[in-house]
Design a protein around this ligand. Structure first.
Ligand SMILES: Cc1cc2nc3c(=O)[nH]c(=O)nc-3n(C[C@H](O)[C@H](O)[C@H](O)COP(=O)(O)O)c2cc1C
Length: 411
């Protein structure tokens, strides 16, 4: 169609022309990577919840080590390898996933956004993957099952009270969860000084400064008071245990400094489905978990939130993958912020990876949609990098696709 030059124009035409030439975004925020979601989460959350989500134990050395480890490995692209389609699918605990990224268990996610684990589980489903629901979640086992269509995974803390554990296991089975993940790196709560400094605890300590900080985030407070999603919904009945009530202190008395291998064997007997042991950093421990009958282990240092000084997970992954080869699956988490980080872990022996904080950043920033976007962008990064590497699929990734920068400089 021929466009006649306009006589005179006028402001309406000028605005229409501008509209066609540009896209306008309220707020003008761009979410291009995980760090963008992290910054948005930081703006949205009061200081206490932010310390809970982003912080780690003591000097946060292990959290930093997790990130640094990826820099020691280079990807090794092969050119002119031309594959039209890429397959990002993996199988975990017998479930087919469209992406090799699962959502790690994160407790009290309702602190980040009232949609919490229910929103995160729906986002995982929309991305073709699964949430591992924390036993310390702000939505109950049954609430998440009711809010979703797929069967998700359930994470269990081996608390002191075996009756409580047995009832949680039974509830997870009845609600249709397909796999159980037992977290073994929290025999006692860790020393998270950043959280303590921000008054996070039971009960939370308020000071004039903290109240002022909270007043600058009225939307968070409004949702906090309206939805009341900051309690451990799997414990203590329908309304769970709220922050600040005596019952919560009793719950903390449930931790198990004396946790041992017989506890794992006991749990293995209770749960008929696939069982994973989360928090394994030693090859011999991994071997023992598999001997007891676990389907797999999760190489994890809890995102550096437990033992500060524990090794970077990527550093211990190859030795554990070697022990598990042919016997069980290896899942992996810690510091994944880019698709290339996930690819490096998959090359070094992980069958799939999990993200903890990135999903919570997405949730804090934009609720369920934010989690779906974080999963989407990491999956896009994996896919794009596979093309750039000349690799057809996640299944094809192995040690030959990476080199250790300091040890294999000539490659
Ligand atoms: C806010 C938060 C809460 C967490 N809660 C749990 C939990 O309840 N159970 C558990 O096994 N791990 C928990 N984790 C650890 C994660 O499952 C995961 O191991 C860790 O976040 C991975 O590191 P990343 O955050 O760097 O991805 C939590 C992590 C965060 C950030």
């Amino acid at each position: 169609m021929r466009v006649e030059p306009q006589q005179g124009g006028g402001w309406r035409e000028a605005v229409a022309g501008l509209r066609g030439a540009f896209e306008f975004e309220w707020g003008g925020r761009q979410y291009l990577n995980v760090e963008d979601y992290r910054q948005a989460a930081r703006r949205k959350l009061p200081a206490g919840p932010w310390a809970y989500v982003d912080g780690a134990a003591e000097d946060m050395l292990s959290a930093a080590a997790n990130r640094d480890a990826y820099r020691r490995w280079d990807l090794r692209p092969r050119v002119l390898a031309g594959h039209g389609e890429r397959d990002l699918g993996v199988r975990v605990a017998g479930e087919s996933l469209a992406t090799p990224i699962l959502l790690a268990p994160t407790g009290l996610t309702g602190l980040a956004h009232w949609q919490g684990e229910a929103g995160a589980a729906r986002a995982a489903e929309s991305a073709g993957t699964r949430l591992v629901l924390s036993s310390a979640a702000s939505y109950s086992i049954e609430e998440v099952a009711a809010a979703t269509e797929r069967s998700h995974f359930f994470q269990l803390y081996p608390w002191r009270d075996r009756e409580l554990m047995a009832s949680l296991i039974e509830r997870a089975g009845t609600a249709g969860y397909v796999a159980m993940m037992v977290t073994v790196d929290v025999p006692v709560p860790s020393n998270r000084e950043l959280e303590q400094r921000q008054g996070m605890g039971i009960p939370p300590v308020l000071t004039p400064r903290r109240l002022l900080d909270g007043a600058r985030r009225p939307r968070w407070w409004y949702a906090f008071l309206k939805h009341q999603r900051v309690s451990l919904r799997n414990l203590g009945g329908e309304y769970g245990v709220r922050f600040g009530v005596r019952g919560a202190q009793r719950q903390l008395g449930l931790w198990r400094p004396d946790l041992g291998w017989d506890d794992l064997a006991w749990l293995r007997e209770r749960w008929p489905g696939p069982m994973f042991v989360k928090g394994v950093l030693d090859p011999e421990d991994a071997r023992r978990c598999l001997e007891i009958g676990a389907e797999g282990v999760v190489v994890s240092n809890h995102g550096g939130r437990q033992l500060d000084g524990a090794p970077a997970t990527l550093d211990v992954l190859p030795a554990i993958a070697e022990v598990a080869a042919g016997r069980g699956q290896v899942l992996f988490d810690g510091g994944i912020r880019r698709g290339s980080d996930a690819i490096k872990a998959l090359c070094l022996g992980a069958d799939a990876v999990m993200i903890g904080r990135p999903a919570v950043y997405g949730l804090a920033a934009r609720g369920e949609r934010g989690v779906a976007e974080v999963l989407g962008l990491l999956t896009d990064e994996i896919e794009r990098n596979l093309v750039l590497m000349g690799c057809p699929s996640v299944a094809a990734l192995d040690r030959s696709w990476v080199s250790r920068r300091d040890l294999e400089p000539s490659l």
